[in-house]
Design a protein around this ligand. Structure first.
Ligand code: TIH
Ligand code: FE2
Length: 287
């Protein structure tokens, strides 16, 4: 990892936004328009309607290009529309991407157990499906939620790393600390929103898999607050119906970075490191 330090600058100065992850290049496609064949008579294609139409077709596609992990999963045939994906197949895919594995569990886990699994790059996954009577919202996680909401995130190296770090910091934490971590996780990873081109967009897995709640979350019915881990951590949440309040972050990467920072600031008498060779956690006591 390369580190460029900017010590000479006022730390409070406004820093222009810059991409922090390859997926954020989706926001780096502003064109400098100079010679447009549609309007500029100096352009050799000016007045050539066939040329202009072809060019518009291609450019419209380019401007909609998004780095989407769900698309990769569909392209590679890991998720298809005609059969239920098998954990083994998804695990083969995730192993190559980030080393995350899905491990079957039978329902919503305690926050402590769920977070502890992340420390080992293990994501506890339900395997049953929601009841057909309510496809647009399930009050509990189900396979659709795990696959559409979480799996594409765990295929992203940065999200995978930050998730593991949060998991590591949950190990041996007090009940109160776990409650705070789990609350921020809930509001961001499950029900987070971000703003893109002035519009609210979902980043949370619980919204991506619940069309009904997704519509509600992006409407003016619920309350929207700026994401700040210290404030979000003490907010009560709804776990059986649509949320009355959502937090809005800059991006999922930015929100996870803040959550990781928040977890790092928690007081603990020891620290831990993960040894990937033995798949174990090593405790480092302070002396
Ligand atoms: N409400 C989500 C859905 O319908 O897909 C599932 C849940 C995520 C987290 C808690 S419940
Ligand atoms: Fe979830």
């Amino acid at each position: 990892l390369t580190n460029f330090a900017l010590y000479k600058r006022d730390p409070h100065a406004d820093i222009p936004w810059f991409p922090r992850h390859i997926s954020e290049l989706d926001k780096c496609s502003n064109c400098v328009t100079k010679y447009e064949p549609t309007t500029d008579p100096r352009h050799p294609g000016n007045g050539d309607d066939v040329y202009i139409a072809r060019r518009k077709f291609l450019n419209d596609q380019a401007s909609q290009y998004k780095q989407r992990n769900l698309q990769f999963l569909l392209d590679e045939g890991v998720i298809t529309t005609d059969r239920i994906p098998q954990l083994r197949r998804i695990n083969e895919y995730l192993q190559k991407k980030t080393g995350f594995i899905l491990r079957p569990c039978s329902g919503l886990l305690s926050a402590r157990d769920f977070l502890a699994s992340l420390a080992f790059r293990v994501f506890q996954t339900t395997t049953y499906l929601r009841h057909g009577a309510s496809p647009h919202h399930s009050p509990e996680p189900d396979l659709i939620h795990e696959l559409l909401g979480h799996v594409p995130m765990f295929a992203d190296p940065l999200i995978a790393q930050m998730s593991q770090d949060i998991g590591l910091m949950s190990l041996g934490a007090t009940d109160e600390q776990i409650e705070k971590l789990a609350t921020v996780y809930w509001f961001i990873i499950e029900f987070g929103l971000c703003r893109e081109d002035g519009k609210l967009k979902a980043i949370g897995a619980g919204l991506l898999s619940a069309y009904g709640e997704l519509m509600h979350a992006c409407s003016d019915v619920p309350e929207h607050k700026e994401f700040d881990p210290a404030i979000t951590a003490v907010q009560k949440y709804e776990d059986s119906d649509y949320q009355p309040l959502y937090f809005v972050a800059n991006s999922i990467q930015d929100a996870l970075m803040k959550l990781r920072q928040f977890a790092l600031s928690m007081e603990r008498p020891f620290s831990v490191v993960y040894n990937p060779f033995t798949q174990s956690v090593e405790v480092i006591e302070q002396t």
